[in-house]
Structures are given as C-alpha cells and as structure tokens.
Ligand binder design. Structure first.
Ligand SMILES: NC(=O)c1ccc[n+]([C@@H]2O[C@H](COP(=O)([O-])OP(=O)(O)OC[C@H]3O[C@@H](n4cnc5c(N)ncnc54)[C@H](O)[C@@H]3O)[C@@H](O)[C@H]2O)c1
Length: 494
C-alpha cells in the first residue's frame, strides 16, 4: 500500500532533522560538491555506487538503506530531482546521517550526474510517467537500474524500455515489494505445493478506503498522464502478484471503469458548495472531512508545502475537482497464457482497506483475505501495518473439511514486504530464493500491461490483446507450478 505519510522509513528523528536543516542553511547545493571521478576499480572491498533520481516520499526508504542500514556495502553518490527544495532536504537528511556534501543535480543535469558521480546503478523513484526517461538513459550511459513500480505508464514507453534493455544488455530491476510480504509469499508457497491442485480461475477484489484511496485523488496520481490511473499506478502491484502467484502472464483483458465518488457532484451531495482548488486554501475546510492539513504535519509540510515555490506542485488538491481524469471504480476480466481466468475489481472509496482473493483449483480452493488496519494516527497522517486478526488464509479441499493455516508474519511497511525486499536488494550474500521474487523488465512489463489494456478497454468497450500492445515479451522467470496435465485424484464421494 502506498502510505499517506511522506516516508515509509523515517530517515532520522525530529531533533536530528532540525539540526540538519539549520546547518544546511538557505544556499542550495545544486552543483556537485564532490569532484568528477573516474570509475572505481571493481574490487571485493569496493562499495556498490548508486545515484537516485526522484527525492520524494518513496525515495526515503532507499536513501536510508544506502546511507545507514546497508552502508557497509553500498554508497549513495548522487541525487537528482526537478524540485530544488526537495533536493536540498534530501541533502540535509544525508548530512544528519553523517554523509556530508552529497552531490545533488537538477533533472536537466542527469547525464552530468552520471558522468561525474560514476554510479553502478541508478534508482528511479520519480513520478510514474517519467520513469522510462531515466531507466532508458541510465542504461544507455552504462548503468544498471532499480526502478519503483510501475515500470512505466503506457505501451509505447514500455516498448522503449524493453528495447533499451535489449540494446544495452544492462540489468533493470523492478521492485515489487508486495511479493515480499511474508503472507503473500506464503500464498505462493501453498500454490506451488499443489495443495489445491492446478488453478483454473481467480477472483480478486481490492478495496482502498476513503483515507488512503482519497489520497490518490489529491496528488499527481489523479491525472492519467502522470500515473496511468489506478489501473497502472496501483493495480501494477496486484496484477504483478497474480502473474507471479500463477506463474503466468496475461493474454487478453476486458474492463469497465468510471469515476462516480470523487466528483464535483459528490461534493454537493456531501453538503459542500462544490469542489475547490486545494485544502490549504479551502473556504469549506471546516466542513469537509476529506480536508488534508499539510501545514499541520511536519513531514508533509517539509516535503511538499515548503517546496511548492520550486515547482508549483500542490500535494493537497481537492479530491472532488473536475479535472481529475482517473477512475475510482474498476472491473476487469483477464485471461492468462495458462488458461486461467480472473475477475478483478478495484474500488477507491471503500469502507475498509485491503483485499480478498480466491484461487479455484482442481483439488480445492484457497481463500486469502487481508484487512488492513488503516487508522490515522494522532496527527491524522500515518497508516499502520496489517492488522493481525484481519488476515487469513483458508484452504477448502474438495469434499473435505476446510481449515485455516497460520499466517507468516512480517513487520514494517507494506505488510513487512519493504524490509525483506531491501535485504534482497542490498545484502551482499543472498540465500537462493525458491519463490523468485526479484523481478526484471519482463515482470515489470507484464505487470503494467493488464492495466494499460484495461485503460484501452474502458474507452473502446472491447477486449484488448496484450500482444497487440507490446509483442514478443519474453516470459519472466517464475517458479514451476502444478501442471494442468497431470492426473488429479478422484475426490471422495460427497
Ligand atoms: N512500491 C511501493 O509500495 C511504492 C510506494 C510509494 C510510491 N511508490 C512509487 O515511487 C515513486 C515515487 O512516489 P512518491 O510517493 O515518492 O512521490 P512524490 O511525489 O513524493 O515524489 C516524486 C519525486 O519525483 C520528482 N520528480 C517528478 N518529476 C520528475 C522528473 N521529471 N525528473 C526528476 N524528478 C522528478 C518530484 O519532484 C518528487 O520529488 C512513484 O513511481 C510511485 O509509484 C511505490
């Protein structure tokens, strides 16, 4: 889940931050503070070098990993963003962790950053529609890439990324943290074991509530040109999970989508005079329970409100304004290359947040529910981790008693997935992963193409073939699953 708070892993405490910001002063270091370097020789003791582009909320997790948790083996050597204020903030945060003078570059100087800081890998955490620019350019300049989801937002950019990867031979890792949440890995483990036989169909329903769900309608995500809509920005997680759970890829997609809750009409129905520009200046703030107070939340204020003068980006735009062009209600039918069919829905104004998924197999049915405990903390900003008693996995064998299995538990953001994924990314020695959770550009492409196809189907009303969007994508590396051709035991008489 994307948090409403600007940072999954706080980089440092409040006192450290105040000290760091004060010492950073007002002069922004937009020129590199380190001299140009030649590539470091590859030696066993050499730390792996990273540059990071996009210093917003999500980048905090990677910066903390490189500057602190995994600093023995890895090194952050450069930062890049379009927003000079957020760059300065990220520099100050690095200072507070003892890494002073971290070179920072404006987006237009990305090439220069690569030339001068000589990273091995570029981490891309910009807004979704710009990922492809940095993924492609980084690979062209000889770097490997780690990119946040979604890999990109439409089929044209997807083709460009795949072509660039083929051309350059560089590695492109797409960070699907959801695969790493222990209970989702457990679902994969159970399906791989054949406990319900081979899977023939899936029903999957994802609910976003009116705290977290509404937040997408305030931010850059609310424009398809930035995010591809929730079908891409959000559902890339869900469609990737299904591809990986099934070890399958989508073939065709049929979908309907609409926006009926986050609308000017709903503002009226809720008793407001109408939609306004943003919460910060809203004349009806006192009446609106969707009001977000950026000024009252230290993290949101320093990351967004204080940086508006640099790029004019408002993090708190009205969720009912007319120019929103993403859907809040989506229903999708998918057919997979293994013959599996899926009914999926995504709803962004729900009373609770989480999901329900069922896998129907030749030997039984697996039901999994995750009811996320999305309360708002005292400052009304922080979502929490998964609520223990709201998550279950149940097995219903054919004509035999059903039972519930003990859930594998994790800790921290995204159901414990972020921490496990960071270890998989940055530990110098990694155990063999029988679940093959590390994804590259092939998994990245197939995860977005279901949603991109759905976006087309919303408009045309017709089914869309994935191969008509992007042809000949090699199959991702997925674990072996129970075959559709092996004998199935005759179930006991009812
Ligand atoms: N895996 C997850 O669970 C998860 C969670 C949150 C966000 N994300 C992803 O992380 C990425 C960043 O999201 P966020 O929440 O940090 O957003 P954000 O708005 O906080 O940060 C985005 C940053 O990108 C910068 N930026 C925008 N356009 C740019 C450009 N052309 N060049 C350089 N920098 C540019 C912005 O100035 C900002 O600093 C998104 O792709 C999002 O989908 C993933």
């Amino acid at each position: 889940m994307n948090p409403i708070t600007p940072n999954d892993g706080r980089l440092f405490n409040r006192r450290d931050f105040i000290a760091a910001t004060a010492s950073a002063g007002t002069g922004l270091l937009l020129v590199p503070t380190a001299p140009a370097q030649t590539p470091s020789p590859v030696t066993p003791n050499r730390r792996h070098r990273y540059a990071l582009v996009g210093t917003g909320s999500r980048s905090g997790m990677y910066r903390q990993a490189l500057l602190q948790t995994h600093a023995a083996h890895h090194e952050l050597v450069g930062l890049c963003d379009v927003n000079a204020g957020r760059l300065q903030l990220a520099q100050a945060q690095a200072d507070a962790l003892g890494v002073t003078g971290l070179p920072a570059y404006q987006a237009k100087d990305f090439d220069r950053m690569i030339r001068e800081t000589q990273p091995d890998t570029v981490i891309v955490t910009t807004k979704d529609a710009t990922h492809h620019q940095y993924i492609i350019r980084a690979m062209e300049l000889g770097c490997d890439v780690i990119t946040e989801k979604p890999m990109t937002t439409d089929e044209h950019k997807c083709r460009e990324v795949l072509d660039a990867q083929r051309r350059t031979g560089r590695r492109c890792r797409v960070t699907f943290n959801y695969r790493y949440s222990p209970h989702r890995t457990q679902v994969k483990d159970l399906l791989m074991s054949g406990i319900i036989g081979d899977i023939l169909s899936v029903d999957f329903h994802w609910m976003l509530d009116t705290h977290h769900g509404a937040d997408y309608f305030r931010r850059w995500h609310s424009q398809k040109a930035n995010s591809g809509g929730l079908m891409v920005h959000k559902a890339t997680h869900h469609f990737d999970l299904v591809n990986w759970w099934l070890s399958a890829v989508p073939v065709s997609v049929m979908a309907t989508g609409k926006r009926e809750f986050y609308t000017p009409k709903m503002a009226h129905r809720l008793g407001l005079e109408g939609a306004h520009e943003r919460c910060h200046t809203c004349p009806e703030a006192a009446k609106c329970s969707f009001f977000l107070n950026l000024a009252a939340d230290k993290s949101l204020k320093e990351l967004y409100l204080d940086q508006e003068s640099h790029d004019g980006y408002f993090r708190d735009r009205c969720v009912f304004r007319p120019d929103i062009d993403i859907e809040d209600t989506m229903n999708v039918q998918v057919r997979y290359n293994t013959g599996v069919t899926m009914a999926y829905s995504l709803n962004a104004f729900n009373a609770w947040e989480g999901y329900m998924i069922t896998f129907n197999g030749t030997k039984g049915r697996l039901e999994h529910k995750e009811e996320e405990h999305v309360y708002l903390s005292k400052d009304r900003s922080a979502p929490t981790s998964v609520k223990a008693d709201g998550t279950y996995i149940r097995i219903y064998p054919l004509r035999a008693p059903a039972y519930q299995v003990d859930i594998w538990k994790g800790h921290g953001a995204h159901g414990g997935g972020d921490q496990v994924m960071l270890d998989d990314l940055f530990l110098p020695v990694k155990p063999v992963d029988k679940y093959q959770r590390a994804a590259d550009q092939r998994g990245g492409a197939y995860s977005i193409l279901t949603g991109i196809a759905a976006n087309h189907s919303f408009l045309s009303g017709s089914a869309v073939n994935i191969a008509d969007l992007v042809a000949n994508i090699p199959l991702p590396d997925y674990p072996q699953m129970p075959s559709h051709d092996i004998p199935v035991p005759m179930p006991p008489r009812a």
